[in-house]
Each structure stands twice: as C-alpha cells, then as structure tokens.
Ligand binder design. Structure first.
Ligand code: ZN
Length: 140
C-alpha cells in the first residue's frame, strides 16, 4: 500500500487551484464525479497527489463537511491492488465501512471509503487503479 492522494475540501476549485499552483504544484485536468457530488482536480506531488474537492451540491458528503468543519483535509487515500480483498479485510477487522462495495471514482478508478470512527478520526479511501486498456489517463 502507498498513499495515493490526500483529499482537501475547498469552497471554490478555481481559487484553490490558483493557490496551490502558486506554491509550484501543477494541476491535471478537472473532472466531475456526480456519484460523489464533487468537482475535483489532482495536483501531483511526488508519488502522491493532492485532490482538491469542491461540492456540486450542499447535501453531498463534501458539502456537509464544509458546512460543519470548513475547508481543510477531508480524507486520506491508500492505493491497493485488490479493493475487494482490502474491503473484506477491513470488514473482518471490524472496521465500519462507508461503502459496502467499491464504486466508481475519478478517471474510472474503483474506490471505497472506510468510516473515520473506526480509524481514529481519519476518513480513509481505498483506491484501485482502472483496469489496463481503459480510457482513463494514468494519473488520478
Ligand atoms: Zn479521494
């Protein structure tokens, strides 16, 4: 496992991108993930990346997070080879799952979230790369 990205909740994606670009990071393209209710952009940083997340709707998970906590680090994401196996392992360990099954994330990846109450306050995302031969670009 390695850290794939760190998700950061922001109110305005363009403004946040401008800020992080000013630090010297470069952004890949933007993408909407309606299933998660967000518009996002990845900024590569070494082997990992920052994921800036702007809610599409106030009642989305990120929208509710912004409402109650304000902008800031939202989740940590670990890359796994086999997300089904990783979810099963978490289930066996008694960790509360947000997603019983993987769902589609940005760029066609498969993702699933684990509940912060089981992980010492950290919302954890598991991320499995899109299958080879897909149309997704290699980043994100
Ligand atoms: Zn994420």
């Amino acid at each position: 496992m390695k850290v794939h990205h760190i998700g950061i909740a922001v109110r305005n994606l363009e403004e946040a991108l401008a800020t992080y670009r000013a630090l010297g990071l470069q952004a890949g393209g933007q993408e909407e993930v309606p299933g998660q209710g967000v518009r996002l952009a990845f900024l590569p940083a070494g082997e990992a990346r920052l994921e800036l997340l702007e809610p599409l709707r106030p009642d989305s998970a990120v929208g509710r997070f912004l409402e109650s906590r304000g902008e800031g680090v939202h989740h940590l994401c670990l890359e796994v080879d086999d997300i089904e196996a990783a979810l099963e392992r978490a289930r066996q360990a008694g960790i509360r799952l947000v997603d019983e099954r993987p769902r589609e994330g940005a760029h066609g990846a498969r993702v699933a979230f684990l509940h912060p109450r089981s992980l010492h306050g950290v919302l954890l995302e598991l991320w499995q790369a899109p299958r080879q031969g897909g149309t997704a670009p290699p980043h994100g």
